[in-house]
Ligand binder design. Structure first.
Ligand code: OAD
Length: 247
């Protein structure tokens, strides 16, 4: 199956069309980052509305920050996997390439991707919602939890998009523009249940894009995509792009 898919994809990419990759938590699974849904998923153990919403933060910032501090600590040692590395190499190889991620872990950037549209923010970003403090603090352990602005003492918050919040307008615009323009879309490791990201492949398809899904499990997209590869990202991408494999 992968050989047939590769031949089809190679033919499509031969004249360097605009291409895009949309990633979700599954792309980082092989780096040891927990996904949100599925048997071991974070949302199986925790309730998003108690930990990842503006209301939760207003009600109990200590609890919310403890959860983010725990996630940061867990994420800190995680390294990019083969899928992140191939995607970073795709940016260098293809003339017109967009990477749109729902992941907040920063692993695409660690793998070398330089132009990443982060739909759901970045867990390493810490900012003051009412003041100007806004920093990327990539450390395993924060000095204080919850952290406060060193100048004003204001309570800081994680730079992630919470349930009930709007996505960053520039990220949405960039993703929208990419979806109507590119010819090939790779959808990697997302359950495609969180909007608007889940809708992007549908928009892409409507605009005539060839959509390839890489996910060991079927999703609501699997029926409508052109190729659904039931494989792990770190196994499928190196087989599709063997010349982009780096150690
Ligand atoms: P999910 O946890 O919902 O889905 C992860 C998907 O990855 C599932 O469909 C798995 O089958 C698949 N998967 C698991 N291992 C894989 C592997 N090695 N290779 C490829 N796929 C694999 O994660 P997302 O779709 O990213 O939002 O979730 C979307 C959003 O929901 C997240 O960004 C987060 C969450 O609530 C916010 O926090 C705002």
């Amino acid at each position: 199956m992968i050989e047939t898919a590769k031949a089809q994809i190679d033919a499509l990419l031969a004249d360097d069309p605009p291409i895009a990759v949309l990633t979700g938590a599954g792309c980082s699974a092989e780096s040891g980052v927990p996904t949100f849904r599925g048997a071991e998923g974070l949302w199986k153990q925790y309730r998003p509305e108690e930990l990842a919403s503006p209301e939760a933060f207003a009600r109990d910032p200590d609890l919310v920050w403890e959860w983010y501090a725990w996630r940061r600590e867990r994420l800190f040692p995680c390294q990019p996997n083969a899928a992140h590395r191939i995607i970073a190499a795709m940016e260098r190889r293809f003339g017109d390439f967009s990477l749109i991620t729902q992941n907040v872990d920063g692993l695409h950037q660690l793998a070398g991707s330089t132009d990443v549209v982060e739909l759901h923010g970045n867990i390493w970003r810490v900012f003051d919602p009412i003041g100007s403090y806004d920093e990327v603090v990539r450390v395993a352990t924060l000095d204080e939890v919850p952290p406060r602005c060193p100048q004003t003492g204001n309570l800081l918050r994680p730079g992630v998009v919470w349930f009930g919040e709007a996505l960053p307008p520039d990220a949405i615009q960039a993703a929208d523009a990419a979806m109507s323009r590119f010819k090939v879309l790779f959808v990697v490791g997302t359950s495609a249940v969180v909007y608007p990201a889940a809708y992007f492949p549908v928009i892409a398809k409507r605009h005539g894009a060839f959509v390839v899904e890489i996910n060991p499990d079927a999703t609501s997209l699997s029926e409508m995509v052109d190729i659904a590869l039931p494989m792990k990202a770190g196994e499928a991408l190196p087989q599709l792009f063997p010349d982009l494999v780096t150690p």
